[in-house]
Design a protein around this ligand. Sequence first.
Ligand code: ATP
Ligand code: MG
Length: 455
Amino acid sequence: MIRKLLRRVFRRGDSPTSSAPAVIPVARHGVRHQQVSIGARRTCETLQQAGYKAYVVGGAVRDLIAGIEPKDYDIATNATPDQVRGLFRRARIIGRRFQIVHVMQGGETLEVSTFRAAHDADTVKDAHGRVLRDNVFGSIAEDAARRDFTVNALYYDPATETVIDYHHGVADLQQKTLRMIGEPRLRYREDPVRMLRAVRLSAKLRLTLDPAVRAPIREMADLMENVPAARLFDEMLKLLFSGHAVECVKRLRDDGLHHGLLPLLDVILEQPLGEKFVMLALTHTDARVNAGKSLSPGYLFATLLWHEVLAAWESRKAQGAVSIPALYDAMDEVLAVQGEKLAITRRIVGDIKDIWALQPRFDKRAGKSPYRLIELPRFRAGYDFLALRAESGEIPMEIADWWHEFQNADPAERDAMLIADAGPKKKRRRSKSRMPNGEPAAADPEENATAGGGE
Ligand code: ATP
Ligand code: MG
């Protein structure tokens, strides 16, 4: 059955192109060799001078044809990793399963991979059809057939300025269509992450999904469950930091992919306030990416998960839990559920918690507390987060405005700003039992000083 399907796929992939690919001249695709990074050009040149084939491949060619500056460059060659390494002064082999070579040229790192063989009946798959191992070298035609979308299977030769195109990728790109190589259902089963890639790439390049690419996504979204969490996290980061996160999330939702993907998107996007908050956060993220500014994954995940935390926090408080310990419990609960799905790294989890834990402290605008707060290293992230909460309508804008003013005020003005009686009416005493789950009472000693009265 699988064998038959595969045969059909590769026949389709072949026809009539893989034996004789289109060789597209610069007049039709428009990419001059000067547009390719110097490192990528040099790497191809060195390989070609040694008698090997070498092309710029994948996303970089696609982006150049579409008029977008590539993030990085991949090179495909028929030289083996050892042969590649032998040709460059600064090169190292990485990866265990399928080795690739990192070639350093100036400040650039080029990823050089040897053409890979197509999958065949011997390819190892899991029970759902997901490919587990594929580490056989192959021909350029095979390498093209195993890529995901036609627009990603283009091979650019800087020496001749031609594009080798086995699957009508140039035409698809010019017609703004994202088309799968082979049968989309089979390709999604081999690697469910391709569903996410379809959404991300269509948003990035403003491509329309071919109906055959789009149709199966809704029904196959559950396959995402089998994807290793670390891989999902990588793809999710790519999507969220693509500069088109708002568009991506809208498309994920339109295609029902947010259900299988992230429990958090599922729930949050269905509450008006939560949706507004997340969309605002993503709009800010896109603006920063597009302005070339740095971004912290911790901050972004803190925003994505915040309304989950709020809900869990509220329900604990409604059951009589004391506010701050209830917040810490809510944080742990949400991170446990999402972390399992996403393999959020420990460091990022730390950043997320820091930002959340600061939030109640912004309620205290009396005494020494505000002075201590603005001195904390995480204050800036905490404040930006607070401003987002205000902008989304979760808390009064007046609080964010106050903190904005307080940061920028001189000492005398600051003293005058303090709100005399903003603290809690009733002092609660912290006891050890208030930091459950072995959570240290607070990551920084400041937390102890104010957390108990943060309402
Ligand atoms: P980006 O602009 O984000 O770099 P990209 O298409 O270059 O997009 P990469 O993850 O860098 O994405 O992948 C490089 C190339 O490897 C792709 O263009 C595609 O040819 C191939 N590829 C990547 N992921 C897959 C996949 N899941 N299945 C098949 N081919 C893939
Ligand atoms: Mg890439």
